[in-house]
Write a protein that binds this ligand. Sequence first.
Ligand SMILES: [Zn+2]
Length: 419
Amino acid sequence: MQLVLIDGIDPGPLRDVLGVAAYARGQEYVRQRRVLHTEWFEDGRVLSGLVRGSGGRVYEVKVDLVDGPRGRLLVTGGICGCPLGGDCKHVAAVALAVAAGPPRRDAARPAAQNWAGAFDALLEDGHRAAAAEERTAIALEISLQHRPAPPARPGAAPSVAVPRLAARLVCPGRGGWVAGGLSWSKLVHPWQVGEYRPAHVRLLHELHALYTTRASAPRYAGYGEEKVIDLAEIDSRHLWSLLDEAADLGLRIVHAHKALGGVTLHGTARVALDVTGGDPLVVAPRLLLDPGRDELSDDPVPVRFIGSVGHGVVWVSAAQVATGEPRLWRLGLARLAAPVPAALQQLALAGRRLTVPAAGRARFDAEIYPRLRALATVESSDGAWSPPPISAPTLARPGLGVALRGGWADVAQPTRPDR
Ligand SMILES: [Zn+2]
């Protein structure tokens, strides 16, 4: 059997594509001469090879390649007859066996003319990064998909229809971002996404992993291609660090309706309970966006909370909600400074308000307010109500400074007579 050596494969990205372990084993296999045969197909775009595995069985390997910079080829993955099925040490071995050929044109040159070659190795990482940047960008396209409200239980408040925050992968195409052949399930197989920026693929793969580990995930994944996932079902707050990183990597989040362009992340938001009016007092949830950002809408309305714990929110300006056409809503995404519990989410999504009659104010202040403030900040935008003054704690039993009666739960420091 003959080991065919052809230069031109850039072995650099192999380690990223196949992983360190497969790469190292592949090198070992090349040294052990386990690569029995290599052959090019499809005008040099597909490399095939035979590798003797550890059990003595011979596996047939197909290596997928794309054109890289400076006329070199980049490995995007491969399939293999072994139990792993591909992207394995056998794929690494075939690619490395071919890449290991001495660069014949360089070897033929006198050393004096080859001084610049010494810089090549030094600059290789830069070239590799630049080559990765030249590959196609992926963007995350989001849209709200409305669904009918689930039927309400008898006697319960009407249930709120919760839209999906549908996210699909798109790439540049004629007339804007298009789905092309992209899907979330393809991210798992590097050879199917080799033409895209590795950093984008890696980040989106992580995002998909967060989605598949959500609490509400079905126990068994389907076999179909996963084109759309619901970002709002991601329970992990890591979603926000991934979205921040996406911005750093130039991975854009775009609206499905093209004219709306990009979606930007708007720092941190919180949900407060606003107490307004006179008789009765009205208590209504209000979404407050990062006050440092002038460009933000001053009438944001939450349209979907993210995660079962409510770690983030999708919002739209009230003026847009009034137009009634959700496809045309410009969506804002913000992480929440404090989680918003389910009941408060429902109240905020339904735009419901609660009332306190004049006769009930004392009870509201004494009993309800102290519990409400554990859920959210309670404030009054029109000054109609102010939090009750915190009364001095009284010692229930003199001598036991910890047993408090009256006052607020947050009064933790009893006044001691000996101070
Ligand atoms: Zn294999």
